[in-house]
Ligand binder design. Structure first.
Ligand code: NAI
Length: 247
């Protein structure tokens, strides 16, 4: 039997990149997947169709996860449809890169609103049902930028460091009810977010000497969602970064 048979997963920002690869990976293990997207449905519909082609079940659901009312509506739709929520992957994220001196308040706020507040809103929304079920897996996508800093990313690295602190606190709050909370910290992954950034300069800092693929991050997320693999792990940060950060 597949390790996520009869489980329900929600992946935010799942129309492309790491979110898309994660939705496909969880569905391949038998999970029903809510494929959240922000604006146009085309790419999300394609992910749903790909899952259906492989014999799985998925639903494309529009919501800006930085907005509390849209987040509440998203989780209500999932519960009305499938009646439970077993895995939440807080993946949606944006960048507004520029050096601090040039960083406008709106650049700061947009990144904090989605990359940090969005994680809080979705986690809070799903926690009610997971605590009642006495089971659940919450996986937050952080970044090496939140661990080691990165020039031009004061907003992004602050949000991602915040996600790591949030992960540890919520892991402690929910552990007694069987809900685990972990973070995955990717390095440079080949997606739309990093398109055009690849350079010899960056590759020098990656011991494995290449960018990662979305599927390589999705594999770690799938591991943390699965039983028994992820059952006894909580409050941790897993780097998927070709060796960039070695603790
Ligand atoms: P991407 O730009 O390809 O995908 C981001 C997804 O988030 C898109 O599907 C987008 O539509 C969605 N999104 C944007 N605003 C949204 C909103 N308000 N509500 C709902 N969805 C929204 O980026 P990628 O690379 O796949 O990133 C996924 C996550 O991984 C992000 O949290 C990012 O910060 C993180 N990450 C990515 C790295 C990389 O090198 N690509 C490195 C470290 C972390």
């Amino acid at each position: 039997m597949n390790s996520l048979q009869d489980k329900v997963a929600i992946v935010t920002g799942a129309s492309r990149g790491i979110g898309r690869a994660t939705a496909l990976a969880l569905a391949s293990e038998g999970a029903k997947v809510a494929v959240n997207y922000a604006n146009s449905s085309g790419a999300a519909d394609a992910v749903v169709a790909e899952i259906a082609d492989q014999g799985g079940e998925a639903l494309a659901l529009q919501a800006n996860v930085a907005e509390a009312d849209q987040v509440d509506a998203l989780f209500k739709t999932v519960l009305d449809k499938w009646g439970r929520a077993d895995v939440l992957v807080n993946n949606a994220g944006i960048t507004r890169d520029t050096l601090l001196l040039r960083m406008k308040p709106e650049d700061w706020q947009a990144v904090i609103n989605l990359n940090l507040t969005g994680v809080y809103l979705c986690t809070r929304a799903v926690s009610k049902v997971m605590l009642k079920q006495r089971s659940g897996r919450i996986i937050n996508i952080a970044s090496v930028a939140g661990q080691m800093g990165n020039p031009g990313q004061a907003n992004y690295s602050a949000a991602k460091a915040g996600v790591i602190g949030f992960t540890k606190t919520v892991a402690k709050e929910m552990a007694s009810r069987g809900v685990t909370v972990n973070a995955v910290a990717p390095g440079f992954i080949a997606t739309d977010m990093t398109e055009g950034l690849e350079s010899e300069e960056i590759l020098k800092f990656i011991p494995l000497g290449r960018y990662g693929q979305p599927e390589e991050v999705a594999g770690m997320i799938q591991f943390l969602a699965a039983d028994p693999a992820g059952a006894y792990i909580t409050g941790q940060v897993f780097n998927v970064d070709g060796g960039m950060v070695m603790a």
